[in-house]
Design a protein around this ligand. Structure first.
Ligand code: AHR
Length: 508
């Protein structure tokens, strides 16, 4: 018989707010993410605004995309922003040494990125160059973007056609400084972050939220070094001028860096190993939060997981430096599991950015290089089904029964995962059944509210390997879910094997 999980949701007990920014995105100059993804150029037959592909914009607007990180990644630390402004034909080229060793013509630069954010209605998150740039270069970029009135950088911006300053809320001080961003030690970088952060000024009423390049995976000593640089925030906290948050990067890879596994060809063992790796995110967020709590018990400093997601071997026949991979129902379940974890860490986690939005790693959108056809991935649908959690109040889930679990090598994977939030008189519950073969039932007792209309949707398919292609674009797509019964305050939800379900309940 199916496993049954019982849980209580106290819908009138408010937890922390789930920042909409944990549903953030990332676009790097890498493979076909920018060129051939977001940006097709003004002469393309594909409908575009200033070269920006409009169907991509429309699809991302439907997710309420809250922010977009750019221009990297590793690329950020070799990007010189002044090469990407002014008339396109006069912009110098460079070699993108990290990603495919290809020539970058700088046709997509600051103005194009800001236009993209305006079309998306998303907040820009710009990663500045610490690894191979200078403090002055970064400081000038901030002035160019955000200052009003008259100044050298303002005059340059105006000469390039933009009168008003832009609003830039999020600013990254380099990327992966322990690796591609300069191979620094934690102590070296912490001192650099303090220096760079100092000269990234708040101009006018633009307030930068500066994000220091944080740890790789479980490198807790990196987090500790950055927290130490901020000084003692425990007793008399005052907003620090150099950085307001630390980042964290962790990718879900069931294999090794040399052989990560294929995106669409995997067996059940590899399926479970993938989900165990994804579930590890909970331990990482707990660990880094614990270190931060020692220095900042008031939780003034944010944690930003600005790179996460699956990383597979590239699709056969594609450029190894372009990181193009397909995306199956398994990827969707990796995403839904991450969101449950993010919701549970809403008190410290202020932002997260999946890597990357179009045609790279765990993408929302794949575009065909020949026909231009656009495909929404299973992961896209999780973002869409979960968008009601953005800026909602997290609800604690109290389990009354054991959650089914299975041994996966030395690890244990809980195969049912759920989280809930409340906003505007609606409770949204997200439920994942990670079991490859068995169904489960979840019985929710919604205490403290009167249950009104219930709307449920499901994302599943015949097998976890199922994915969308131009020929079968809706092989994995959300449908209405009928296997939900309501009795008083109790809502019972049936979860087929390898499925993701959302239940939205009107509560008074
Ligand atoms: O997202 C791809 C790369 O992964 C990024 O450029 C880098 O920051 C990370 O190592």
């Amino acid at each position: 018989s199916d496993a049954v999980v019982s849980a209580v949701l106290n819908v009138d007990v408010k937890g922390p707010v789930i920042s909409r920014h944990v549903y953030g995105h990332f676009a790097e100059h890498l493979g076909r993410c920018i060129y051939g993804g977001f940006y097709v150029g003004e002469d393309s037959d594909i409908p575009n605004a200033g070269g920006i592909r409009l169907d991509v914009v429309e699809a991302l607007r439907a997710l309420n995309i809250p922010n977009l990180r750019w221009p990297g990644g590793c690329f950020a630390d070799e990007y010189h922003w002044m090469d990407g402004i002014g008339p396109k034909e006069q912009r110098p080229s460079m070699v993108n040494t990290h990603w495919g060793n290809v020539e970058e013509n700088n046709h997509f630069g600051t103005h194009e990125f800001m236009a993209l954010c305006e079309l998306l209605g998303a907040d820009p998150y710009i990663s500045g160059n610490v690894g191979s740039g200078t403090v002055k270069e970064m400081s000038d970029w901030v002035e160019y973007l955000t200052r009003e009135g008259d100044s050298p950088m303002v005059r340059l911006r105006k000469a390039n056609g933009r009168q008003e300053p832009w609003r830039v809320p999020f600013w990254g001080l380099g990327n992966e400084a322990w690796g591609c961003g300069g191979n620094m030690t934690a102590q070296q970088y912490a001192a650099e972050a303090r220096r760079y952060g100092t000269y990234c000024r708040d101009h006018g009423d633009n307030r930068l939220y500066r994000i220091a390049a944080g740890a790789n995976s479980d490198d807790y000593s990196w987090t500790e070094a950055l927290m130490k640089q901020l000084g003692d925030l425990g007793c008399a906290y005052r907003p620090q001028p150099f950085y307001q948050a630390l980042s964290l990067h962790y990718y879900t890879i069931p294999g090794t860096w040399q052989d990560k596994g294929a995106a669409t060809v995997f067996d059940t063992d590899e399926y479970y190993r993938t989900l165990v790796k994804a579930a590890h995110t909970d331990e990482l967020l707990t660990g880094h939060s614990n270190v931060m709590d020692c220095y900042d018990p008031g939780k003034s400093v944010g944690l930003v997981m600005d790179e996460w997601g699956t990383w597979w071997n590239v699709e056969p026949g594609t450029n190894p430096g372009f990181l193009y991979q397909q995306n199956t129902l398994r990827d969707a379940l990796v995403a839904s599991l991450h969101f449950d974890i993010f919701h549970r860490h809403a008190d410290r986690l202020v932002m997260a950015n999946i890597a990357q939005t179009v045609n790279v790693l765990q993408a929302m959108i794949l575009t065909d290089p020949d026909s231009g056809a656009l495909v929404l991935t299973p992961t896209y649908h999780v973002f869409e089904m979960n968008k009601g959690h953005q800026d909602a109040t997290a609800l604690r889930v109290d389990l009354l029964s054991d959650v089914p679990a299975r041994e996966v090598g030395p690890d244990t994977l809980k195969t049912v995962s759920l989280s809930a939030s409340r906003k505007d008189g609606k409770v949204l519950v997200s439920l994942s059944n990670l079991d490859a073969d068995g169904a489960a039932d979840v019985e929710l007792d919604l205490r403290g509210g009167i249950v009104g209309e219930v709307v449920s949707r499901i994302l599943t398919a015949g097998a976890p390997q199922t994915h969308n292609t131009p020929d079968a674009p809706a092989a994995v797509a959300p449908r209405s879910h009928e296997q939900v019964t309501v009795t008083g305050t109790r809502v019972r939800v049936h979860l087929p094997a390898h499925s993701f379900v959302t239940v939205q309940v009107d509560v008074a």
